[in-house]
Write a protein that binds this ligand. Sequence first.
Ligand code: 5GP
Ligand code: SF4
Ligand code: MG
Length: 461
Amino acid sequence: CGVFGIWGHTESAQLSYYGLHALQHRGQEGAGIVVTDGNSLRPIKGEGLVNDIFNEEKLRAATGHAAIAHVRYPTAGGGGIENVQPLLFRSSTGSLAIAHNGNLVNANHLKQNLERSGSIFNSTSDTEVVIHLIKKSSHSPFRAKVKNALSLLKGAFALMILTKDMMIVARDRNGLRPLSLGKLGDAWVVASETCAFDLIGAEYVRDVEPGELLYITNNGIEVDRITDEVAAPRAMCAMEYVYFARPDSNIDTVNVHMARKRMGRELAREVAGIEADVVTGVPDSSLSSAIGFAEESGIPYELGLIKNRYVGRTFIQPTQELRERGVKMKLSPVVQVVKDKRVIMVDDSIVRGTTSKRIVRMLKEAGAAEVHVMITSPPMTNPCFYGIDTSTSEQLIASSHSVEEIRVAIEADSLTFLTPEGMVRATARPFNDPNGGLCLACFTGEYPTEIFSDTVLPHEK
Ligand code: 5GP
Ligand code: SF4
Ligand code: MG
């Protein structure tokens, strides 16, 4: 998912719309904006793409000086308008809205306790748990309630809460999901990715720190921490650099395109000696890394695959059959580039293996003599509990197959994965934390948080 928020601007709804537009790649299932004019909270929401949900009329009607907004990542079974965020709760003691990116690992436990004490849930989203915790908190005033509620959450969250006179911004103690802070004139802006700042002409200030809690009001910004516990190691999702984030975004000041290029370079160093005629990337996520691979290996970069940009990401379609059809609709080979050539095909990740197999076949049908697959992430052997929907262990081909078995399954002439060490080096994050402050759990099985027996995967909700 993607989140966006703005405080202190008369065009907050319009700017949120542009912000969501820049974050569209982070979720295509639904989107929403909640605006406040200081008196009440007003939602605009819908299912589908940002452009289909909002129009000038709706945005103009939503006047106010502050807004929070969200694009929803599709997760099988978790659809429906009631799960489209921001979630808005009206109450005589003060309405509030919440927009959340990430997955809580103790949501089930918290929910059971809340239900036992009388809470009724309207959605299947774990985000609603946060609202009930705030409402039920015995602390006072409101800020203390929020702090108390957030201190009970375990797992991944980059979230924003909006009331009629305050915007609260928080990030989990490991900083699993990205969140940046910017300024547009006198207005504060918050977004999952810095590409949203660029689009609206806002200036990047800094990333929100792991465990940080910000209160933004007309009096300015106040910095607090969710708990007084010692800071946890940083563990920002490595897949953000590999696949999820847009290449023009910077996460913790590291540009995503440059990080991908270095991943390609690392991979070329790790497979030193491979003979091939052309290097090609799978658009769009792997073009940067293919360029890096070509530069390092001296093998020319070529445009061997073209993407039809009017088809959504393949993960949108929930069934395997539709997903397989989606891949074909999406990509075409450039025959003149690959015919009779030994092709190096760089891609970001292998989850189920379906995509790679299709592309290898496509390249061979177009006449490629050999196809060598280079993946700029390590084999994904473990599920993600933090909000990237890579499904269960059974669906991850690398959880049950060796690299050689995967190579056979995808019909490639060779297959190489980037090592976790190569990935850490390539991202070159400016931190001394383990793994350079990256989460690598889906590759190593070392989860930065506790995982409980009833922890629910994002798509199981
Ligand atoms: P699969 O191996 O499951 O057929 O597909 C892997 C491909 O799906 C990757 O190359 C990647 O570009 C794309 N993809 C779409 N959504 C996601 C996601 O959430 N995580 C990962 N790792 N890859 C995804
Ligand atoms: Fe990202 Fe993998 Fe960690 Fe999930 S487990 S947050 S996908 S690095
Ligand atoms: Mg891909």
